[in-house]
Design a protein around this ligand. Structure first.
Ligand SMILES: [Fe+2]
Length: 306
């Protein structure tokens, strides 16, 4: 066997190993637990379960079971940042997955995959530039999903605002429909300024910079988003190569300050908190993840030091 043949064989073996691992990793769910000092001194902590990018199909029973299991964390609030569906019959599957959480106060926005079904993609194009949504793709029943969630008291924040009683305090929300589809428009109804001691949370699927700036300008102190899949196929020891939007790759997932340093760090006075979820699922045609496990976030908002 020549050196070239051995090298080619080794390359194929490594490639096959990485592919097998990335298929396994895409089902290796994890709960990322983080905290941020947002609340007024002395306030009771508030636990938020942040879910995103479930990309459910009727076949993804393992994902349904895992999402259902998250009720064991007994969050005070659930925030779902969209891309819940990946199949024409997904709406009841999403509602089944979320059922144990629907008795908890919750809010949601949609992502592009709640409007249009998945299509096969060349994954190399994903690495080259933000994906484009084919408007001729199969339309999904986002209205059934919306009706199922709002009937249980969850707030529809697609270009809307609202408020909920959460763990004994009033929390206000402002949300945007998906900027990846150009559907984002800050709700016109007022704009009451953020009152002393009020907590305002901004919610959007894709963390495009214009969306983050709109939510920050509206007074959100914490912004939750998804869409990036954390880069989905990352370089071990380096991180994400893409965010599938104009957010920088250093914020592809996790808890950060935006637009600058974290608000509790030097230089972060003008920043807000931004949590970007790496998401639970993937497009069914690219069911792989590398160095980027599927996740839910348990974000605890803590009191600031007095
Ligand atoms: Fe997604």
């Amino acid at each position: 066997m020549s050196g070239w043949t051995r090298a080619a064989g080794a390359t194929v073996a490594v490639g096959a190993g990485v592919l097998v691992w990335s298929l396994v990793e895409a089902r290796s769910f994890v709960v990322r637990q983080v905290s941020a000092p947002v609340l007024e001194p002395g306030a009771k902590p508030l636990r938020i379960l942040h879910l995103s990018d479930l990309h459910l199909t009727p076949q993804r029973r393992e994902t349904v079971a895992w999402v259902r299991s998250l009720a064991q964390f007994r969050p005070d609030l659930v925030v779902d940042t969209g891309d819940n569906m990946a199949h024409a019959d997904a709406a009841p599957v999403v509602l089944e997955a979320l059922e144990p959480l629907l008795g908890t106060p919750g809010v949601f926005v949609h992502g592009s995959n709640d409007y249009y079904g998945p299509r096969p993609k060349n994954p190399l194009r994903y690495l080259a530039a933000p994906t484009r949504v084919r408007r001729d793709a199969e339309e999904l029943d986002h209205e059934a999903l919306t009706a199922g969630l709002t009937s249980r008291g969850w707030l529809d924040l697609n270009n809307a605002r609202g408020a909920l009683d959460v763990a004994g305090r009033r929390v206000s929300f402002v949300g945007l429909d998906d900027p990846h589809l150009g559907r984002d428009a800050l709700p016109l109804d007022p704009g009451s300024g953020v009152e002393e001691g009020e907590l305002r949370i901004g919610v959007v699927h894709a963390p495009y910079l214009r969306a983050l700036e709109a939510l920050r300008g509206d007074g959100a102190q914490v912004i939750l988003a998804g869409h990036t899949h954390g880069g989905q196929v990352c370089v071990p020891g380096y991180g994400a190569l893409v965010t599938n939007c104009d957010l920088d790759t250093s914020r592809a997932k996790g808890l950060h300050g935006w637009p600058g340093a974290r608000p509790d760090a030097p230089g972060g006075e003008d920043s807000v908190w931004l949590n970007v979820s790496a998401g639970v699922g993937t497009n069914p045609y690219t069911p792989v993840r590398l160095a980027c496990r599927p996740e839910a976030t348990l974000l605890t908002l803590m009191p600031r030091e007095g």
